[in-house]
Write a protein that binds this ligand. Sequence first.
Ligand SMILES: Nc1ncnc2c1ncn2[C@@H]1O[C@H](COP(=O)(O)OP(=O)(O)OP(=O)(O)O)[C@@H](O)[C@H]1O
Ligand SMILES: [Mg+2]
Length: 229
Amino acid sequence: MTAQDTQVLVATDIIKTFGEGDNATQVLRGVSATIARGEFVALVGPSGSGKSTFLSIVGTLLKPSGGALRIAGEDVLGLHERALSEVRNRHIGFVFQFHHLLEDFTAIENVLMPVFGAHTRVTGGFIERAHDLLERVGLADRVSFRASKLSGGQKQRVAVARALVMKPELVLADEPTGNLDRKSSDEVLRLLRELSRDEGTAFFISTHDPSIAQRCDRILTMVDGRLTG
Ligand SMILES: Nc1ncnc2c1ncn2[C@@H]1O[C@H](COP(=O)(O)OP(=O)(O)OP(=O)(O)O)[C@@H](O)[C@H]1O
Ligand SMILES: [Mg+2]
């Protein structure tokens, strides 16, 4: 294995400009970061500094204006949408501040959504994994509950299980505990750490909560479109 293979994410000199001409605003001004397999990394910084923009680019949901990006050893910026969505489905899991569950679907159906999205057959193996993950996040007795019948903290735990169902190497979480009270937020972080340790998944988590950041292996700080440390 080469040194590069141990890095699940290598972002080099990422630039992002929104708008054109006089209205152009450079939001990311040359951001470089690497995340190794299994690493647990926080992304902090003031509101508007570019954290969500950077996570969207790393998650291949948004194209940068410049720079290079490797995900699990693959150079992704040259890929067409179809190949890109395959990389995204196979290697990346997402947890957002707002869980984005489908309210009319059950907990387990929500966890299985990425499998449907990847156009992969929902085999017994995936169903078993979805059950296991729901059990891991403490929702064994809520598997068949509709999402609309779950509390905010429970929904966020379903979202964590959903992010992991495809066994991604990298999970991107944009303020995953932003809407939770202290206790639920500590609980979600504890779960993420546990799953990261057990499955070797890397996590990249933006947060405004210092107590969450302090429990990560490493903290990256974004200020005005640049990483300062
Ligand atoms: N689609 C867009 N078009 C134009 N400007 C945008 C767009 N998306 C984000 N921006 C601008 O980019 C800057 C960075 O936004 P971003 O959402 O990345 O910040 P953030 O660090 O995640 O902030 P927060 O902590 O509040 O979530 C902001 O000034 C924002 O207005
Ligand atoms: Mg943000």
